[in-house]
Design a protein around this ligand. Structure first.
Ligand code: SAM
Length: 244
């Protein structure tokens, strides 16, 4: 079934309306007609099954047939991702959204090649997250605020467990930190460095702020590979890839 993002304010009782790009996509791109059933998600966890009723210029009216309320609590995963070059952030945001990551915090660290904030990119990341939600049937997009800096991020990180992925770490692996037999933490934040890695001193600063360095094995992964594979392993260990 085709999925569309609906503004929660545009749902009233059993009536819902799509406007803007979502209405355009439904009526002009997909050319759906009255009577077609679709799924609507409101970005806050509620999913609606709805039937297209009327199409008019820039607006689609729908009749809500069924409502699925937000799912219950599960471990909350945040990824702190140092700004990457080219389209790698787009890829990372798309894949982290598909994996069900709750928040993606882009940040600038000393070895980042890209250091400046870019409002156009930040808006594009939001659109990529919404599109990925539609594709993977996820009701709530990840929280993805504007770019911050490393010092602010580690000082403000609030999570039960804090880790930093570091290719030089020799002691801790994910299996040690999140043993399968122990209940998972309610929230976890994981930091990933840029293409140039963490600068001398940044790992010490993170440790002083309560982060534990963790290895993903002896091979040095590309930054985007580390985020996507690390995110997938964490979601598995947190129990967030289970059915139901
Ligand atoms: N500049 C570093 C070098 O050449 O040694 C490599 C940095 S790596 C391309 C980018 C980021 O991916 C790192 O900062 C780290 O967060 C993560 N990463 C890559 N391989 C890793 C590994 N084996 N274990 C833990 N983290 C890894």
């Amino acid at each position: 079934m085709r999925r569309f993002f609906v503004d929660p304010a545009a749902v009233a009782g059993d009536a819902a309306a799509l406007t803007g790009s979502e209405a355009h996509h439904l009526s002009e791109v997909l050319r759906l007609t009255p009577g077609t059933e679709v799924e609507l998600f409101d970005g806050q966890g509620t999913i609606y099954r709805a039937r297209v009723e009327r199409l008019s210029r820039g607006r689609v009216e729908l009749h809500v047939l069924a409502v699925t309320p937000p799912a219950g609590a599960r471990p909350h995963l945040t990824l702190g991702v140092a700004l990457l070059t080219g389209k790698k952030m787009d890829l990372v945001i798309q894949k982290a959204t598909e994996l069900g990551v709750d928040a993606i915090l882009p940040y600038v660290s000393r070895h980042c090649s890209v250091k400046e904030r870019n409002a156009n990119k930040e808006e594009r990341w939001q659109r990529i997250a919404v599109e990925a939600c539609k594709q993977c049937n996820r009701p709530v997009p990840p929280h993805c605020p504007g770019v911050t800096d490393f010092a602010t991020l580690i000082a403000s990180a609030r999570a039960d467990r804090r880790i930093v992925f570091w290719e030089q770490e020799k002691r801790h692996t994910l299996a040690d930190l999140l043993p399968a037999a122990a209940p998972p933490p309610a929230s976890l934040i994981a930091l990933f460095g840029p293409e140039g890695g963490f600068a001398g001193g940044e790992i010490d600063e993170a440790v002083a702020a309560g982060f534990t360095p963790v290895s993903l094995g002896r091979r040095i992964l590309r930054a985007e590979t580390a985020v996507i594979s690390g995110g997938a392993i964490l979601q598995y260990l947190l129990g967030n890839l289970a059915q139901g």
